[in-house]
Design a binder for this molecule. Structure first.
Ligand code: SF4
Length: 116
């Protein structure tokens, strides 16, 4: 179809980094993927892009602790997500996997390092 849009993407699901071409028309066609995960990634990236957020949260001793979301959040909500993370303060001690924030757009923010 003439009105189709094409997008070139690099699949980030595994280290092979397949170069994907996404043809977006009435249906979405993906080429260049070696496995089905690449097709799923490309369709999600074009329809509802998501990202895992990695950052730091201030700790009660004035330092910081590394954190990440335990699942992806909508890419369009990244700024709001960072604002919530930037306002949080983690009480020490903190251990890897401790939940620092219960719910940020459906994800928990968990510690990725021990502190205190
Ligand atoms: S399409 Fe499959 S093989 Fe290629 S980078 Fe993505 S996950 Fe890896």
């Amino acid at each position: 179809m003439e009105n189709n849009k094409k997008r070139e993407l690099t699949c980030i699901i595994c280290p092979r980094g397949c170069q994907l071409t996404v043809d977006i028309g009435e249906e979405i066609e993906v080429t260049g993927n070696i496995c089905p995960r690449g097709k799923t990634y490309a369709i999600n990236e074009c329809t509802n892009p998501q990202r895992t957020v990695t950052s730091t949260v201030r700790t009660s001793d004035g330092g910081v602790v590394a954190v990440k979301t335990d699942r992806t959040v909508p890419k369009g909500k990244m700024m709001e997500c960072m604002e919530i993370i930037n306002r949080a303060v983690a009480e020490l001690p903190v251990r890897v996997g401790d939940v620092i924030i219960e719910d940020v757009f459906g994800a928990k923010v968990v510690a990725t390092q021990n502190k205190g």
